[in-house]
Design a protein around this ligand. Structure first.
Ligand SMILES: [Zn+2]
Length: 326
C-alpha cells in the first residue's frame, strides 16, 4: 500500500519536472576584467566585445572544445537537448516556442548532425558491421540470405508469394511496367506491379535513411496536422512555422531512437518508434492521449488516402497512355 503511494508520488514528481520550463542558473555578482578589452563588468560575457568571462588559458580541454565547435557540437546544449527529447520532448518544444531558445540545441543544426550519424549507422557503423538494407553491394551473401529468411517468416503470405512479389518488384526495377501476369490482366497487373515496386522502394528508402524518411513523412502530414492542432489547449493560436519547427524536433527525437535501435540492428523497433511521435504531439497540444491519437490517425489517414489516390491516378494515366499510344 505504502509502496504504491510512493510510485504515484514519483510519477507526479516526474510529470511536474517534465512540465517545468528549463531554468537558467542565476548570474554571479563576481566582477570580471575582460582579457580582450580590459573592461570591468559582472556577468558571463563582456558587454563591450562579447568575449566570455570564463576565458581560460589554452589547454587540451579548450582545444578539444574548439575542435568540437568546428563540427557544430561545441554547445553544451546538445546532450541536454537529446536527454530532453527522450524524457520530455513536447515540453522542450513548448519551451522553445515560448522563447527559451539558447537553452536548447537549434533544431535544424541538430537535425543535420543526427542525420549524419544515422547515415553512418545504417550504412555499416553498427554491431553487424554491415549496411542494414539489402540492396547494398557491401552486404555479404550470408547477410542477404539471413534477411530474406527473416522477411519470409515475418510476412503472412507463403514464401512462394513472397518470392513472386520480390520477382515482381525486380522486374519493375529493370524493365518498368512488365510482369509475368501481363497476359491475363495487363492493366491490373501493371498497377499491381508498380504499387509493389513503389512500396518496396519506400521500405528500402526508410531503412537506408530513417532521418530523411521521418522528416519527409512529417512534412507531408504537416498540413493536416496543422488543421487538427492549431487551436489546442496549450497553444490556441499555433502558427504553421511553429508547427514546422516542432516537427523538426520530433524528427530529431525519432532519429535519436533510430540511431540507437539501428546500431543494435533492431530495425523492427526503428519502425515501431514512429508511434512515439504521439508523445510530443500530446505534450505540445495538451489534448488527452485519446484525442491526440485520434487527431493524428485521422490526419495520417487523410494524407495516405490522398497519396494513394494520387499514385493510382498517375499509374492509370501512364497505363492509358501506354495502351493507346505505346
Ligand atoms: Zn571585452
Amino acid at each position: 500500500m505504502k509502496k504504491k503511494f510512493n510510485l504515484k508520488e514519483k510519477i507526479q514528481q516526474f510529470r511536474a519536472w517534465q512540465e517545468r520550463p528549463r531554468e537558467v542558473a542565476p548570474m554571479s555578482t563576481e566582477e570580471h576584467e575582460c582579457l580582450n578589452c580590459q573592461d570591468h563588468y559582472t556577468g558571463n560575457y563582456c558587454p563591450r566585445c562579447g568575449q566570455a568571462a570564463n576565458t581560460d588559458r589554452l589547454s587540451m580541454k579548450v582545444a578539444a572544445e574548439n575542435f568540437a565547435e568546428a563540427y557544430g557540437m561545441g554547445e553544451r546544449g546538445m546532450f541536454r537537448t537529446i536527454l530532453d527529447l527522450i524524457l520530455r520532448p513536447g515540453h522542450l518544444i513548448l519551451d522553445y516556442l515560448r522563447g527559451k531558445r539558447v537553452s536548447y540545441f537549434a533544431p535544424f543544426k541538430m537535425y543535420f548532425l543526427l542525420a549524419a550519424v544515422s547515415l553512418l549507422v545504417t550504412h555499416g557503423l553498427n554491431i553487424t558491421g554491415h549496411a542494414l538494407h539489402d540492396d547494398s553491394e557491401n552486404v555479404t551473401e550470408e547477410v542477404r540470405q539471413e534477411k530474406g529468411a527473416k522477411k519470409t517468416s515475418n510476412t503472412s503470405g507463403t514464401s512462394e508469394e513472397n518470392a513472386s512479389a520480390k520477382e515482381l518488384s525486380v522486374t519493375v526495377d529493370e524493365e518498368g511496367v512488365h510482369s509475368s501476369f501481363e497476359e491475363n490482366h495487363p492493366m491490373k497487373s501493371r498497377i499491381n506491379s508498380i504499387l509493389y515496386g513503389a512500396m518496396d522502394k519506400i521500405e528500402r528508402f526508410s531503412q537506408k535513411y530513417p532521418s530523411i524518411n521521418i522528416l519527409l513523412l512529417l512534412m507531408l502530414i504537416s498540413g493536416n496536422l496543422f488543421l487538427f492542432f492549431r487551436h489546442s489547449p496549450n497553444i490556441p493560436d499555433l502558427r504553421y512555422p511553429e508547427l514546422f519547427i516542432s516537427l523538426v524536433y520530433i524528427a530529431n527525437m525519432y532519429t535519436v531512437y533510430s540511431i540507437v535501435f539501428d546500431f543494435f540492428s533492431l530495425t523492427k523497433l526503428t519502425s515501431y518508434a514512429l508511434f512515439l511521435t504521439i508523445i510530443p504531439l500530446k505534450q505540445i497540444s495538451g489534448y488527452s492521449w485519446w484525442r491526440t491519437i485520434l487527431k493524428t490517425v485521422v490526419a495520417f489517414t487523410i494524407m495516405l488516402v490522398l497519396f494513394i489516390v494520387f499514385i493510382v491516378l498517375a499509374v492509370l494515366g501512364v497505363g492509358l497512355f501506354v495502351k493507346y499510344h505505346g
